[in-house]
Design a protein. Structure first.
Length: 184
């Protein structure tokens, strides 16, 4: 015969299993809801018909060939890659130096600097982008590629600082001192 404590433990264990199953099911439904449109778009991109829809009329790479011969699309892609490269280089340099200063040194205004650096990550990207556009318009500044790169850097620096800080906290000071004594 089971004791009352064992019955409660078994019931809790059963409830816990059902809770995890329900959580897994809900998670699966969310993933399907998020990724089904992407999968459908990729599948329909191979449709031979001019209009997407199921059933597909055939399989074709015609739309990809048109995409690769579309000059404005290729120019936009090239500009995006250039912006991404410049942004990655600049944010890595700025973010690592900032994280190093915030982790290793004590100085007046350290907390303020830390807050200001992380602040753009707390504001949704769309709102920050529209705000930057309104600011540029308010100061009557023409929209240039440089301003676009600076906006991307502003968006990306907080993430680099956060990741670099997390790694630098785990590195002990003695390793740095050893590297310095060896000429690094």
């Amino acid at each position: 015969m089971m004791k009352p404590g064992q019955m409660k433990a078994r019931r809790r264990s059963k409830e816990g299993r059902w809770a995890w199953r329900l959580t897994g099911f809900v998670t699966l439904c969310v993933y399907i809801f998020m990724f089904a449109p992407i999968v459908a778009t990729v599948i329909l991109s191979f449709n031979a018909s001019m209009f997407g829809g199921f059933p597909m009329t055939g399989v074709s790479l015609r739309w990809y060939a048109k995409l690769l011969t579309n000059e404005p699309v290729l120019a936009a892609f090239q500009t995006s890659m250039w912006i991404a490269l410049v942004t990655a280089i600049a944010t890595t340099a700025i973010g690592v130096v900032t994280a190093f200063a915030l982790v290793r040194f004590e100085f007046p205004g350290k907390q303020t600097l830390s807050t200001l650096v992380i602040l753009p990550a707390l504001v949704p990207e769309t709102i920050l982008g529209v705000g930057l556009l309104v600011l540029i318009k308010a100061v009557d500044q023409p929209r240039t590629l440089l301003l676009l790169v600076l906006g991307h850097i502003l968006l990306a620096v907080p993430y680099v600082v956060l990741v670099a800080q997390a790694r630098m906290v785990g590195i002990r000071r003695v390793y740095e001192e050893a590297a310095l004594s060896l000429g690094a």
